[in-house]
Write a protein that binds this ligand. Structure first.
Ligand code: CMP
Length: 155
């Protein structure tokens, strides 16, 4: 396995699904060279939403956040690659779409923090915890990506 090979959780939240942006978002990650290793669409339970967002409990936006994520289907995915956690967050852009750099998904497709389309794990510890929360080990498909030597090749 390549050095620094990581997996990270990405959620296309209900606004992204409803706005038919699933294909565009997947394209962005695939075009960058990242590898999709797990995916499922689900209507998130209140329990899963509360566990996933437990660090935000008590904040002013918490109740609305749980309502939003449970209101319609979410597309959950695991993306893999060298430095995948940082690469995904860079492609997604800052939490507030108005602060996200042009060319990032949140900049190009969103305007408000409360409807920012995507969630992506922010550290190794978070990625490990979140992948285990959203996926059973057998739902993660480790496949050999023949493009890796062209994307992660070292000289
Ligand atoms: P996400 O990356 O899923 O992590 C926490 C989420 O909380 C964030 O994206 C936003 O959807 C939401 N959020 C964070 N801050 C605010 C805020 N100030 N107002 C509304 N929603 C917020």
């Amino acid at each position: 396995m390549e050095e620094n090979f990581e997996k990270t959780l990405v959620l296309i939240k209900p606004d992204g699904v409803q706005r038919k942006l699933i294909g565009e978002i997947i394209d962005r990650f695939q075009n960058r060279g990242l590898q999709l290793v797990a995916a499922k669409m689900l209507l998130v339970s209140r329990e899963l939403a509360e566990t996933h967002y437990k660090e935000h409990k008590g904040k002013s936006f918490y109740n609305g956040l749980v309502e939003y994520i449970t209101s319609a289907p979410t597309m959950a995915m695991v993306w893999a690659g060298e430095h995948a956690i940082e690469a995904v967050r860079q492609t997604v852009g800052k939490t507030n779409p108005l602060e996200a750099a042009p060319g990032t998904i949140r900049h190009d497709y969103a305007l408000l923090t409360s409807r920012n389309l995507i969630h992506a794990s922010d550290s190794h510890e978070t990625a490990e915890r979140e992948i285990a929360l959203w996926f059973k080990p057998e739902e993660i498909c480790e496949w050999s990506d023949q493009h890796h030597k062209w994307i992660f090749g070292k000289n």
